[in-house]
Structures are given as C-alpha cells and as structure tokens.
Ligand binder design. Sequence first.
Ligand code: ADP
Ligand code: MG
Length: 364
Amino acid sequence: MTIIPLDRTRTANGASGGTPVLEARGLTKHFPVHRGARRAVVHAVEDVTLALPQAGITAVVGESGSGKSTLARLLAQLIKPTAGAVLLDGARAPGRQRYTRQVQLVLQDPFSSLNPVHNTRYHLARPLRLHGLASGANMDTQIAELLERVALSPSFAAKYPHELSGGQRQRVAIARALAMQPRVLLADEPVSMLDVSIRLGVLNLLAGLRDREGLAILYVTHDIASARYLADVIAVMYAGQIIESGPAAQVTDAPAHPYTQLLLSAAPDPDRAEPPSLRGRGAPPNLIRPPSGCRFHPRCPFAMTVCANERPVAIEVAPGQASACWLHAKGLTAAQSRPLREPGTLTGPVTEAQRPQGPGEEKR
Ligand code: ADP
Ligand code: MG
C-alpha cells in the first residue's frame, strides 16, 4: 500500500517500497494578480506534498478552483513553483526536454489539444520524429503500435480530428503522450468533457496503462466516484491544500475529513454530466485572502476555535489514511475546542463572505 505524505507530514513511503517516480515536495504556487493599481496574490497551491508510485494511479479530487490544474501544471513543469520542489526518481527534476519525455500531460479538451488541420498520423509522427524514436519505414509500424495501445485500429492514422468522436480524440491525445515513452502521465480531467457513455472506456484505458505498462498516473478530477473507480490512492484538495489522502476505498468508505464527507454527501452519480453541486453548503473561499487556520473552517459544521487560528497538521487516522483536521487532534484545551458557531447554522444559502472569487477580484 502506498502512503502519500500529506502537507507538512513526513510519512515514509515505506510500504510501497522504493522511491516514487514523481514527487511534489511542499509545492506552492502564488499567482500575482492586478486589480487596477492594486496588487494581490492568488494562493492557488499551498505546500502540497504528493508521491506518484510506479504502476499506480493517484487521484487528486476537489471542487472547481481548488488548485488541481495548477498542481498538474506544476508537476508537468509548465509553470515554476513559488516554493517547493518536483522530484523525479528522488532527484531534482532535469531540464524541460529530458523531463517532458518522461512526464506527459493530457488535458481535458482533446478538441483544442489536437490541431484540426492535421490527421492522427501527423500528431503521432511528430513527437516520434522530434525525439528520434522512429523514422522512415519504421514510422508506420510505430504509429500502428501506438494506436493499438489506445485500442484504435491502424485506419485511424488517416483520420482528422473532426472525423473522430470525443473519446477517440482523447485516445489520440493519450497516444501522442505515449509516443514519448513517458513513465508518468498527468491526466487533468481527461474524461470530464466526454459523453458519459464513453468515459468508462477511457478510464479503463488508463487502468490498462498502469497495469500493463507500469505507468505512474495522476488522475485529476472533480468527481470522487470516478476517482474511487479508477485510483489506488485519493488525495482530496481544498482551497489549494491536500486535506485528506489514503487508499481510494478507505477514503471513500470512511472519509475522515469533514470536507471529504461533504464531497461524498453530494451524492456522486456516475451518470451525471455536471460536477456535483455543493450549493447551499457554502462555497470554496477566495484564494486571494484564504481563511486563517484551516481553510475549510468557514464551511465546516464542526469548526472549533482552534480551526480559525491554526493550520491543522495531517494525522494518520487509519493505515495509509491521513487527514488534516483538528478533530483528530488529542489534548486540545477547552478554549481551543470550543465550537465556533451554533450547530445547524451552516445550512443556509451561500453568504457573500463565502462567495468564490475569480483571479483579479479582490474583496474590499
Ligand atoms: P482547478 O483546476 O481545481 O479548478 P485551478 O488550478 O485552475 O483549479 O485554479 C486554482 C486557483 O488559481 C483559482 O482561484 C484560479 O482562479 C487561480 N488561477 C489559476 N491560474 C491562474 C493564473 N494564471 N493567474 C491567476 N490566478 C490563477
Ligand atoms: Mg482544472
């Protein structure tokens, strides 16, 4: 079993044996934004520690705006962290070119990631040629092989993006990523834009890449039900931080953190196209001025005084499962554990203070 060290915990990754392929250590990303003459900072990702083991799928789950894509882009080295480091095989990640051969990002929208004027063959031949992985007569064999790995027949080489269904397009995008012979796939909401009926096929394709080829896969999603289906480990993200992580079945059957409980209570429905709604249950905070202490405390039905003042450390609540919540802490004083508000006062509509804000928007 794999243990993901959570924020500020330094749990050993001993159970899985060996060094994880890719690791985030204390990754932090602050985006400077301007509003008129005023400057502000969006605290998009804060002190995230995560390990991707070989032949494993790790899901990062959270509501829209929780920092999932920023984390994926940091791991892909498309953006530079404000603090923290990305480690490949336990060592500081190499320069971009060597790195992208090993770590490939697959995006949500296969329509915009494939060039409409080029056919599949072009999209797959390009990375193979650029990296000297195939040429001449060998090229067609390699392309057929790539298509086979994503369960498409060789005839798809001649097709243009508009001739493909959404699922087929996403398969081509995955084949293009595989052309580089990576060891890590970072998949940012890879099925969110696909028809419900074809999502499972693409998820099973990712599972096959893990099982047959030993890839380390990051599966980013807002849908905790699909994470449970696909992933070995789930890390739940809230307002830029990982608040709970552990074996997928454990986290979904026995969620420890109140936010994970809230996410699960939104009744995940695998057939629903829309993200589950937590409306009426508050909304994620403004990341320009994130709440003090635990970032979830303004929405938490169990919030105590300590939650508003101090950031909780992750505590192991079951083997491999850790949750960053003061409810798990022992030895709090009476003052620290005093409830912040009356029970039942959190069920009303979203208040102005809880309204999420876009980048550049700053509360007065
Ligand atoms: P998710 O993928 O979970 O929906 P994102 O990582 O896209 O979340 O965004 C996290 C937060 O960072 C959001 O508040 C978003 O508005 C902000 N953000 C993302 N990219 C930028 C950027 N380039 N400049 C400023 N703010 C950004
Ligand atoms: Mg995103």
